[in-house]
Design a protein around this ligand. Structure first.
Ligand code: A2P
Length: 280
């Protein structure tokens, strides 16, 4: 299965579909990621705050795949924001992953109450300038956080990874990034499974003879988002990447777009989230 690549604003290419490993336990991450790589995944999304970077790195090494064929994203924990602490935390992530170069490094949450994300971004710019990371970006940034970062920094983030799924599309945040060439990256793209039961989704699935997850993931792909569905089940992993032999019509897209509700957010509110992500 070959997945198309999306070109980021610095020319780096990323496979449009990747495997998310949020909440995959450390001790089963290696086997999960190895299976995904066997099935054709070439993009894995982890985070320091998921405590499974070591399993991702072990799977990458065990796969024997050439490093340049793989795209690995990790993220800075909230409690590590700040210039020096971000540089130290990056070294910890790089060591845990066992990689010389990380493909994409993200500020996991803006944590506006700490007011450190601009300073943290300076450290990201340094890592980027040194070639330790191929691209830098943000996650959970709302339009006002993006505006401030753009006003006070040099490097424009390559992506903004945010919660996007049919019932919670965040159109204003997606648009505010796209205006600056920031690619939307959808986390919880299936609404953690909940959006698969929506009538509009199951109707399109029946009509096209595909699964509800394929409908939702194809909807993301046609909107131009990078998408990182999480699954530990090999059959679901395989169908989640099998998205390129069918199309949704404009009508299908509109029916799924119409599922949006402003109150359907599943994850924390980026305007207020301030947890440290340190494991106790
Ligand atoms: P599992 O890991 O057992 O497959 P999201 O990516 O939006 O966070 O959704 C992840 C959730 O959706 C997980 O509970 C995952 O369970 C489930 N899931 C992933 N892929 C599919 C699929 N193709 N069909 C049904 N459920 C899925």
């Amino acid at each position: 299965m070959t997945v198309p690549q999306i070109s980021l604003n610095n020319g780096v290419s990323v496979p449009q579909v990747g495997l998310g490993v949020f909440q995959v336990p450390d001790d089963s991450t290696q086997v999960t990621v190895e299976k995904a790589l066997e099935l054709g995944y070439r993009h894995v999304d982890t985070a320091a705050g998921y405590y499974n970077e070591a399993g991702v790195g072990a799977a990458v090494r065990a796969s024997g795949l050439p490093r340049e064929e793989l795209f690995v994203t990790t993220k800075l924990r909230n409690g590590d924001q700040g210039y020096e602490s971000a540089l130290r935390a990056f070294e910890d992530s790089r060591r845990a992953l066992g990689l010389d170069v990380v493909d994409l490094y993200l500020i996991h949450w803006p944590v506006p109450s700490k007011d450190l994300y601009v300073e943290t971004w300076r450290a990201f710019e340094k890592l980027y300038a040194e070639g330790a990371v191929r691209a830098i970006g943000v996650s959970n940034f709302l339009p006002d956080h993006l505006d401030r970062l753009l006003a006070e920094s040099e490097v424009v983030p390559a992506v903004n990874q945010i919660e996007i799924h049919p019932t919670y599309r965040q159109p204003a945040t997606v648009e505010s990034g796209l205006r600056h060439g920031i690619v939307p990256e959808a986390y919880s793209p299936l609404g953690r499974g909940q959006d698969l039961e929506a009538a509009a989704v199951t109707a399109v699935a029946t009509e096209l003879g595909i699964t509800p997850a394929q409908v939702v993931l194809r909807w993301h792909v046609q909107h131009g988002a990078i998408v990182i569905p999480k699954s530990v089940n090999p059959e679901r992993m395989a169908t989640n990447i099998d998205l390129f032999s069918f199309d949704l019509s404009d009508d299908h897209m509109a029916q799924i777009d119409a599922l949006h509700r402003d109150d359907a957010r599943i994850a924390s509110d980026p305007a207020t989230a301030a947890f440290t992500q340190f494991r106790s």
